[in-house]
Design a protein around this ligand. Sequence first.
Ligand code: SF4
Length: 356
Amino acid sequence: MKPIGIYLHVPFCESRCPYCDFFTKRPAEGEPERYADTVKTELEAYRGKHIRADSVYFGGGTPSVLPGDLFTELLDTVRDCFTVTDDAEVTVECNPSSDLERFLPAAAETGVNRVSLGMQSAVDAERRKLGRLADRKRVEEALSIARDNGIDNLTLDVMLGVPGQTLKSLDETLAFVVDSGVPHVSAYMLKLEEGTVFHRRAASLDLPDEDAVRDLYLRTVEALEAAGLRQYEISNFARPGFESRHNLKYWHCEEYLGFGPSAHSFFRGERFYRKPDWDAFVSGEPVVPDGPGGGFEERLMLALRLTEGYRGEIPERLREKASSPMLRPFVEIGDDFLRLTREGFLVSNTVIAELL
Ligand code: SF4
């Protein structure tokens, strides 16, 4: 059995960003402790099953708002209940505005070896529009704190299509990213998710139009690749050897178990998830089955997010569709591979829907 990935969703944030629809809340008195106890109970269900894991990922929400001792307890419990390999990738998402002087030494001490920093933009005016509390200087400090604690495997999140963003302001962000020397970058396009403040106020946001977002994306790919950060997925770039082992499991359709409210799992051929609901979580409601996973269409859909694409036998009907005049600019097909072109990445959802 291949080692699996383990994901822990930490649902706490200092404040809600106006574009975010993740399951998060402000931690009330006693809730971080309640969270840790409940997740530990979820983890205990796997004790003694000798399941190996080679990646552990703390996402959120904002894991860096957890007190250091609770974080340590959680990672220790993961290690007690699973066989975590010696070379495991252990990632924690951090918000630069958290008290990282307190959090990161404890995280590094307990075995975290990769930090994902939610920067979004190096331009303070853009960060403010996104509701992010830290300024550029604080992002620089956050990188230094991680490095001072021996964590060099760092990744920065960049957002494209931010209100008011231009190619010039994006260049400032990309220059910051490249100068920072981080070996990994995620660059996501802003989506207006229903129920968010941005969705309600879309008309007044000064959002770049579709063509402008396309240009922002292509400029990002070009600049990061020129700096040696190779694109390996629609939104992800890395120096060789620094690709996210954890996220590659999702795209390779490999197994992972998720813990905490709203966490999803794919394990032993089945998909299931935990409700995005605090009360359901703390009352120990069981996971919600989400049907079998890992079928051909699903594997294809996930693999097409990667620059290497899908490798394996390509059914004739798919070959025909991929070669149609409509899809030809967006798809490359060989004897045993199918992948999207850079233009195809820009309209990946539509292309994949057409293919399937
Ligand atoms: S910090 Fe991240 S998870 Fe929390 S509200 Fe902002 S975008 Fe959402």
